[in-house]
Design a protein around this ligand. Structure first.
Ligand code: ATP
Ligand code: MG
Length: 504
């Protein structure tokens, strides 16, 4: 624009820098929960090469503190200032293959999501220690991104663990308003809740970092002085787990590994194992794909939008998916590291693998059910035979069953024996069984479940003898045994019996 001879240049832009006081409050709104926020700090420690990470929950009502200390490489003062800056790295920048970060935000957003004051101290190998603190109340007052060079005195005791290390980093959260605002130190109930939150964090970390914690070289996590034990969703060390082959899928030259596991039927697992395998959210919730990024779990069981409901009979299906961080964008990884969406190019393959695993899992789940209530068919001899009586189900003892028949024939008081059989038939404890089954669906045992092999063999031998006594040759008797429920469940014992009689 010219006015007379004077040229006034109008700039082509306005500077619209965010207001520190309001933006910092918005940065608190990422969808973290306490466990996912702490997992984000643990990510940083692992990326920094930590061998040990200590999480300490210190209860003091509204002055409670959570500290995360690691023995990783630490940061110089310059690096610490850079690390504290929101957006410390460009998400487009390629990362080392074992880097668990992406956005340059996690340390800040995870901390702000839970507390109003975060102080970070880091020591590098030279022994030099640096400290910086974001205090949201201070930012609100001055409306500037003033990164404080010191924390407050109350934070000091929580750096004592770091003081004993030659290098490492500690992140101390104070004023944890999302967790303990207005709480009183002396309230036992509130203290109890605080400790329960710590337990939930323990379960979450045990799950998210189980691969990175595995083995002698694995990172060690400690929460309030107690080691965090890894939780392996795949029960790979259980003999009855079906481990299916790995399918490598390629995208933009990077490989995504997919490996289905079908977990054992509950009857094949010891009770404590079955309970722990359920996972933090329970058996049903933990079915589906487990998406890992650089061996760190993002999604703990989900059918990834394929439209499959999480149903009881698919609960044994758990599928491991390993995604390298080069594909972060394709999988729509978010800042909180708790979401991943499969790229369209891989959906067909994942669907196919998912369908097959679900049907395998369903077979294992219901096979055992089928064994509990075998189908009555012409070739199978059952001791209990279902019949309808006055429109009601009635279970009759099959008097042609070889063992029963032989006993009936051998008894000297047939009418007393028949009276006993009738009484047994009339007093089957249906109500107890029905209640038990509805309260604890998996608690009814299958035939000879938990019985010693010698006991099964004894009953089998008796049945064999009854058959021989009624005129069967040894070979036919073994074949007949196969049709008498439930001996078909023990093929190895039948085989031994058959061999011992063919050499006799
Ligand atoms: N415990 C730590 N030890 C050493 N360096 C750390 C530690 N925590 C954070 N840093 C440094 O601070 C930087 C910023 O961390 P921040 O979590 O904010 O982002 P990021 O890890 O790069 O990405 P993301 O937002 O995906 O977590 C890291 O890239 C790392 O260089
Ligand atoms: Mg991070």
């Amino acid at each position: 624009m010219s006015r007379g001879n004077i040229l006034i240049e109008k700039p082509e832009f306005d500077i619209a820098a965010p207001h520190a006081a309001s933006l910092v409050e918005s940065l608190r709104a990422f969808s973290y929960e306490l466990p996912t926020a702490l997992a984000d700090l643990v990510d940083n420690s692992i990326t920094a090469g930590a061998k040990n990470i200590w999480l300490d929950f210190h209860w003091d009502g509204e002055n409670s503190v959570i500290a995360v200390t690691d023995d990783g490489v630490g940061m110089t003062e310059e690096q610490l200032v850079a690390a504290m800056r929101p957006g410390s790295q460009n998400p487009l920048k390629p990362r080392a293959p074992n880097d668990l970060g992406r956005f340059g935000l996690g340390l800040k957003t995870a901390s702000f999501s839970q507390c109003r004051r975060v102080t970070v101290r880091s020591i590098v190998r030279s022994g030099k220690s640096s400290t910086r603190c974001w205090n949201l109340d201070h930012i609100a007052r001055v409306n500037e991104w003033q990164l404080l060079r010191a924390g407050d005195a109350a934070a000091e005791p929580h750096f004592s663990r770091l003081a004993e290390l030659t290098r490492g980093t500690a992140v101390v959260w104070q004023n944890i308003d999302r967790l303990v605002a207005g709480q009183r130190t002396e309230s036992e109930r509130e203290q109890q809740l605080f400790l329960q939150r710590a337990d939930a964090v323990r379960r979450h970390l045990a799950m998210v970092f189980h691969q990175l914690m595995a083995g002698k070289q694995g990172v060690k996590l400690h929460l309030n002085e107690r080691p965090v034990e890894a939780w392996d969703p795949f029960l790979a060390d259980e003999a009855a787990t079906q481990i299916l082959p790995v399918t490598p899928l390629t995208l933009h030259g990077a490989i995504v590994e997919v490996q289905p596991f079908v977990l054992p039927h509950h009857s094949k697992l010891a009770k404590p194992k079955h309970e722990s395998a359920a996972g933090p959210r329970g058996w049903n919730a933990h079915q589906g794909f487990y998406v890992y990024r650089n061996r760190r779990l993002l999604v703990p069981g989900d059918w990834l939008g394929f439209g499959w409901a999480k149903e009881e009979h698919y609960k044994l299906a758990r599928i491991r998916v390993e995604v390298p961080n080069a594909l972060d964008h394709d999988w729509a990884i978010d800042v909180t590291k708790s979401r991943a969406l499969p790229p369209p190019a891989l959906r067909d393959d994942l669907r196919r693998i998912g369908e097959r695993t679900r049907s395998d899992a369903k077979r294992v789940y219901s096979h055992r059910g089928a064994k509990l209530t075998p189908k009555a068919d012409a070739d199978r001899v059952l001791l209990w035979e279902p019949t309808a009586k006055h429109d009601k189900m009635f279970y009759r003892l099959n008097r042609q069953h070889p063992l029963l028949k032989q006993s009936l024939d051998a008894t000297s008081n047939r009418s007393a024996f028949n009276a006993l059989l009738r009484l047994i038939e009339e007093t089957v404890p249906f109500p107890h069984i029905a209640i038990e089954n509805s309260e604890k669906p998996n608690s009814l045992p299958g035939p000879f479940e938990n019985a010693a092999e010698s006991q099964i063999r004894e009953v089998m031998e008796q049945a064999f003898n009854s058959l021989v006594a009624s005129g069967y040759g040894p070979k036919e008797a073994v074949n007949r045994l196969r049709t008498i429920w439930p001996f078909e469940l023990f093929p190895a014992l039948l085989q031994t019996l058959s061999e011992s009689h063919s050499y006799a």
